[in-house]
Every structure is written in structure tokens, then in C-alpha cells.
Write a protein that binds this ligand. Structure first.
Ligand code: PLP
Length: 456
């Protein structure tokens, strides 16, 4: 067999393994067996001195790796905030990998740069963001928060005559950062990475759903960044971003929105009221690997002030081809060399269309509602207003909740995680997967309620 044939067979085998895995993911247990996990030990060995046949490498991956994975891509994984992956996006991801483009510069990778530009414009339009916003295709909402806040840092300092890009933070004028008490930890991490420290922000009180209380914002003056949230990871609640913008933007503050999953509500006519006023902000972070259901890793930052984002992210060097009449993706991202991850976003949006995106988002929310209604009907305590795709349920005290969550996870029909919401322990259900049906909800509820009865 020549090299070409071997390469073809190898890639065909990988496709076959992937197809089989995904076909099985509908019915297989969500958690791997103890035996499959123990088998992973087989991979721990000294680095081989000699070569291993490619077909053997792949076969080992499938034999040991596939059974040891958690079925996150299946329809009954409700932990964290985890999307699945639409078939078209897995396909586009495979093809993009085959292209192996380093998509930083338009002049070198025009096809992928164009696909990302198109996807960016579609999202800007779909979310109702300012038409000339810039976007950055990054690895996830953490880096999207970081990227958008880097633009914020540049602009608010530039407004007071400080060039933070050139001079850094030593000797910089004081800056105020305001966040809600329920801000996601990745925002604090981003603030730390930007040199502001993780603990310097002023925390604004929130209500019982985790929404920032705009009335408690202090008077702002000088360089100020306000970090708001669209979609609390426990309750799904939205900060009143419009009111916050009204309160602080006249004083020149930059308002950022962490909309890791909540921003997608803006794509649904039935849910977009939750995002009302959010378009007045200055930057927005979201994930595509959550609710758009594209493979990991895929997030997007949008920034109204394109020049601020570009000033924080772009570089030049003699050997690069940055001069272009078109958008260079890496002018807007922390990385120079980068995968064309926006192609999967394009594929999802092209395949679903506006109606398909809205329908997918709505369906997840309806299934979350179905969970909540049936849990409530069975006497369980639903702790949040189920306005989106997140459900918080308590079966009793902390020990009881833990026992029940553990038993549900062990059973393997579905997977839900634990949390503590404003001092009360709870189980979280997050419905984010394109393929979850009402039947999946009912099958999961059967196990959840059986475990609740057994351990309450
Ligand atoms: C509100 C919010 N922000 C940020 C993140 C971090 O997203 P990622 O893990 O994609 O970086 C999450 C993750 O669940 C989230 O819910």
C-alpha cells in the first residue's frame, strides 16, 4: 500500500470511529464505566523510542479513549453549561482541520477569513449589535471576556490621555471596575490577566435571581468599566443592562456584557425581551460551543469600538502580510497563529438560518420549563424563575441533595451537577444541547424522581 492509500485509510477509519461514537452517544450511558476509566492507565507509558504505525495509534485512541469519555455531546448531559455539536459543525470542523489553515491574515487565507467575516456579520445582525462592531473568534467566553476587556482598558485609559498599550499599568491613573455579586469567575480571571487584579472590582448587590441592582450603582467618574451579565449560570437571569448603561455611560464608563450563553436569547423573537437594552453596551462576550452547538473551542467577543479592540490585539512585523483591504482575523485576537474556528460558526448559522437558531434556543428553554414544571409537580423545590434554559432544584438539605446528585450521575441515564445558590445547595439542570427531546427530559426525570424518592 502506498503512502496515499494509507493516509486515505487512516482518515476514513477516523471518520468511521467518529460516526460510530456519535451514533452510539444517543443511547450510551452518559458516564463511562469504571473499567473504561481504569483502561486509560494503559496510555500512561514512557515516550516510545521508535515509531508506532498510524493505524495503531488511531485504533488505540478509539479503543481506550472513546469508551472512557463522558457523553457530553449526547442529549441527556445537563451539567455545567455544555452544548453538543450539530452534525454539520462536526463535519465542518473535520474539513477545516483537513485544510489546516493558519487563519491570521486575510491575504494568505482569504477563504477562511471571509467565512469568519460573514459569520461575524450574521451574528452582529442577529443579536442586534451595532453594525460596525468588530469581532474576535477566540477559544471560549473566558478569552472573549479577556479580549473585550482588553479593548475596554485601552479605550477608557486613552480617554484620559494614558496609553496603556505602550506604558502598561505602572503609574496609570486609577480605574474603577464595577461588577455584580454574581459575576462569573472567568471575568475576575480576565481582570487578573489584564493586570487589574482579581479582587479589586467593586461588587454591586444582586437580587434573588442574581441580577445586579442598578439602583445601587455608585456615581462613576474617571476611567470606569462595568461588567454585566446576560445569563447567570445558575438561574439564567439577566442583569438590567439597559438601565446600567443609562446610569453609567453618560459619565464615559465602558459597559461589558458577559453573555456566554444568554446572548443567544437575542436570536429568539420569543426571548429577546430578556436582552432588552443590552445593545447599548460597548462589548459582549459569548460562546459558540455552548448554545450554538459547535465543537470546542469556540467563543466570540464583539466590540463596538473596533479601533480599541484592534489597538489591543494587532501586531505588525516585516514578514507578515497584515496590509489588506479586508479584515485580518488576528488583528482582533490574542493569538497570531490561529485555527479558523469561525468556520464552524458559519456552518451552524448557514445550516440553521435565523429560524433554526431561534427554534433551537426556544426548544432548549421549553425543555428546561418541562423539567421545572414536572419537578415542581412532584413536590421538589425549584429555586429559580425559569426564564431561560437553567433550572435549580433542591430536594432537601445539602447532604440529601449531594446524595441524590451522586446517585443520578452514577446511574448514567443523564448527568446533572451540584451548586450552591445564595447559600442553598441545589442541583443544576442546564439544557443546551440541540438534540435533547421532550422524551429525553422525561427519561431523565424518571431517574431524577426515583433517586429523589429513594434518598429524601
Ligand atoms: C456566564 C459565563 N461566563 C463565562 C463562562 C466561561 O465560558 P468558557 O468556559 O467557555 O470560557 C461561563 C461558562 O459556563 C458562563 O456561564
Amino acid at each position: 500500500m502506498n503512502d496515499k492509500d494509507q493516509s486515505r485509510d487512516l482518515l476514513a477509519a477516523a471518520a468511521e470511529f467518529g460516526i460510530r461514537y456519535r451514533e452510539q452517544s444517543v443511547d450510551r450511558a452518559v458516564v463511562p464505566s469504571a473499567e473504561a476509566l481504569a483502561n486509560v492507565e494503559r496510555l500512561i507509558e514512557p515516550m516510545p523510542r521508535t515509531r508506532t504505525a498510524d493505524s495503531e495509534v488511531l485504533a488505540l485512541l478509539d479503543e481506550v479513549g472513546s469508551p472512557a469519555t463522558v457523553t457530553m455531546t449526547g442529549p441527556r448531559f445537563f451539567g455545567f453549561v455544555i452544548g453538543g455539536s450539530l452534525p454539520v459543525t462536526v463535519a465542518s470542523n473535520w474539513l477545516t482541520t483537513a485544510w489546516d489553515q493558519n487563519s491570521g491574515m486575510h491575504e494568505v487565507t482569504a477563504a477562511t477569513a471571509t467565512l469568519e467575516r460573514v459569520a461575524m456579520n450574521w451574528m452582529i445582525d442577529m443579536f442586534g449589535l451595532p453594525a460596525d462592531s468588530a469581532a474576535s473568534f477566540v477559544t471560549g467566553a473566558t478569552v472573549a471576556n479577556f479580549t473585550a476587556l482588553a479593548a475596554a482598558r485601552n479605550r477608557v485609559y486613552a480617554n484620559v490621555g494614558w496609553d496603556v498599550e505602550a506604558n502598561g499599568l505602572i503609574g496609570a491613573p486609577p480605574l474603577t471596575i464595577l461588577v455584580g455579586e454574581e459575576t462569573h469567575p472567568t471575568v475576575f480571571k480576565s481582570l487578573g490577566m489584564l493586570g487589574f487584579g482579581r479582587d479589586t472590582a467593586i461588587r454591586i448587590p444582586v437580587d434573588g435571581q442574581g441580577r445586579m441592582d442598578a439602583a445601587q450603582l455608585p456615581m462613576v467618574a474617571g476611567p470606569t468599566i462595568v461588567c454585566t451579565q446576560a445569563g447567570n449560570l445558575n438561574t439564567g437571569a439577566f442583569d438590567p443592562v439597559g438601565d446600567i448603561c443609562d446610569a453609567v455611560k453618560p459619565q464615559g464608563a465602558w459597559v461589558h456584557v458577559d453573555g456566554a450563553f444568554g446572548l443567544w436569547a437575542a436570536a429568539s423573537p420569543a426571548l429577546q425581551h430578556l436582552c432588552s437594552g443590552l445593545q447599548a453596551a460597548d462589548s459582549w462576550a459569548t460562546d459558540a460551543h455552548k448554545w450554538l452547538n459547535v465543537p470546542y473551542d469556540s467563543g466570540v467577543a464583539f466590540v463596538r469600538d473596533a479601533a480599541a479592540l484592534k489597538s489591543a490585539m494587532s501586531i505588525t512585523a516585516e514578514y507578515l502580510l497584515m496590509a489588506s483591504e479586508f479584515r485580518n482575523p488576528s488583528d482582533f485576537t490574542p493569538e497570531l497563529s490561529r485555527r479558523a474556528r469561525g468556520v464552524d460558526v458559519w456552518a451552524a448559522l448557514k445550516s440553521l438560518g435565523r429560524e433554526g437558531v431561534a427554534e433551537m434556543i426556544d426548544r432548549c428553554c421549553q425543555n428546561a420549563r418541562r423539567f421545572a414544571d414536572r419537578l415542581q409537580a412532584a413536590g421538589c423545590d425549584v429555586l429559580n424563575d425559569v426564564v431561560l434554559n437553567q433550572v435549580l432544584v433542591s430536594f432537601g438539605d445539602d447532604a440529601t441533595n449531594r446524595k441524590i446528585v451522586e446517585a443520578i450521575q452514577k446511574d448514567g441515564t443523564c448527568w446533572c451537577g451540584s451548586t450552591v445558590w445564595q447559600g442553598r445547595s441545589a442541583m443544576r439542570i442546564s439544557v443546551c444541547n440541540w438534540s435533547t427531546t421532550a422524551a429525553d427530559v422525561d427519561e431523565s426525570l424518571e431517574v431524577i424522581l426515583a433517586m429523589a424518592t429513594k434518598y429524601q
